[in-house]
Design a protein around this ligand. Structure first.
Ligand code: PLP
Ligand code: ZN
Length: 389
């Protein structure tokens, strides 16, 4: 047992690992804490090399204690691809892409939902739910099907049909809601409290971030226990960015990496950029973005619940937040496809566009080792991108 307790990210409260808490009494998100000294002994790099090529190779720092409760579809340990042709075109020769489209259900959402649904199963829960821009819903539904749980997914009505079909195919109840993910979240929360369901909304339960943090562990392992100089991450709710930041802290405490940290860059769309605005204004939290609109639906989050954790990580890392236009996003998708054979989701394309902007603004330079995230396959976004293509 390395899972010790849940700590609040806002106040001093802590909870035992057995508590089925979603949030702290103060409303703050909770972080799982581990006996890292013990984990470090078992997770030595030599031992790790022999483990399975999924995120479960880091099970010493994951909360699922009983292997019978693991619900797996082979998630994680995705390729970290050097991208010399794209890098040369951008003047950033040390660029790599973390290809998260290789995950089950085609996106990085598999990581978080794998952990959240596994923990729900460990707690004996029968029903799980969340609001989604598409990818999280299909991942929740797939893991629920795999584990024999019922899933309820609340999706904005304009989300591409492929997500609705896929999510329903896994046997989930799909509820289409007029409006944005924030509107879907309200309906979801009401139904969850009526039905006593386990709510897997972003950072409103402690375990999705644990699944997402494995992206940080993988980067360290795949780069020979060094971290890059800069990371670009398409930021909606921010779970991945927050999770990686947590991972780097754990890795340093275990003695696997030093105190050096990558500069973290949050990439958003000009039509919904609450983090970019808050960062520029020096604020600790974001204001609700009115009239949010972008075809990169994963970035259409008008007010991230854990905004303060995203902004804290950006500032501590000496990174920044940057917004790109709809046309730049599609150009980014085309550029990665033509130079490297990678057909990215628009969220990944946004990061490619941001690379160019950050290079010209002097944030990135030719001698930086850079990792940009493609968080999902482009195949599911053909309808979204078609009008701009
Ligand atoms: C493909 C894709 N990229 C990025 C995001 C944003 O992720 P996060 O909520 O971790 O910031 C999403 C969220 O829906 C997504 O589906
Ligand atoms: Zn608290």
């Amino acid at each position: 047992m390395t899972f010790l307790r849940l700590d609040c990210t806002r106040c001093e409260r802590t909870y035992p690992p057995s508590s089925r808490r979603s949030l702290c009494e103060c409303g703050g998100p909770l972080f799982a804490r581990y006996d890292l000294e013990r984990a470090a002994k078992d997770m030595r790099p030599g031992h790790l090399a022999l483990r399975e090529p999924t995120l479960w190779r880091y099970d010493d720092v994951l909360p699922v204690e009983n292997p019978d409760h693991r619900i797996s579809l082979g998630e994680g340990f995705t390729p970290l691809l050097t991208t010399p042709r794209l890098g040369a075109q951008l003047g950033l020769p040390l660029l790599s892409v973390k290809e998260e489209g290789a995950n089950p259900t085609g996106s990085f959402k598999a990581r978080g939902l794998c952990l959240a649904v596994s923990m729900a199963k460990a707690f004996g829960v029968t029903d799980v739910c969340l609001p989604s821009a598409g990818n999280a819903g299909s991942a929740l539904a797939a893991y629920a099907a795999r584990g024999g749980l019922r899933a309820h997914v609340f999706i904005p009505r304009d989300v591409a049909r492929v997500f609705v079909m896929e999510t329903a195919a896994y046997g989930a109840e799909v509820v289409l809601v007029d409006g944005l993910i924030s509107d879907a979240a309200k309906v979801c929360a009401e139904r969850a409290s009526q039905g006593g369901w386990y709510d897997c909304s972003t950072l409103k339960e402690p375990y999705r971030v644990e699944g997402k943090k494995t992206m940080g562990y993988e980067l360290a392992e795949q780069m020979g226990w060094r971290l890059p100089d800069a990371i670009l991450y398409p930021t909606g709710g921010g779970t991945g960015l927050i999770g990686m930041w947590k991972a780097f802290d754990e890795l340093e405490r275990m003695g696997f990496v030093g105190p050096q940290r990558p500069r973290m860059y949050a990439v958003q769309a000009e039509g919904c950029a609450p983090i970019v605005k808050a960062f520029a204004e020096g604020k600790d939290s974001a204001e609700l973005w009115e009239g949010a609109s972008t075809h990169a639906h994963g970035l259409r989050v008008p007010k991230p619940f854990a905004d303060f954790l995203i902004l804290r990580a950006l500032r501590q890392s000496h990174g920044a937040a940057v917004a790109v236009s709809e046309a730049e996003i599609v150009d980014g998708v085309k550029e990665a496809a033509a130079t490297e054979g990678l057909f990215m989701c628009p969220e990944g394309g946004a990061c490619v566009a941001a690379l160019r902007k950050l290079k010209s603004s002097g944030h990135l330079s030719a001698d930086d080792v850079i990792v940009t995230f493609n968080t999902g396959t482009g195949f599911k976004y053909v309808d979204n991108m078609a009008p701009l293509w």
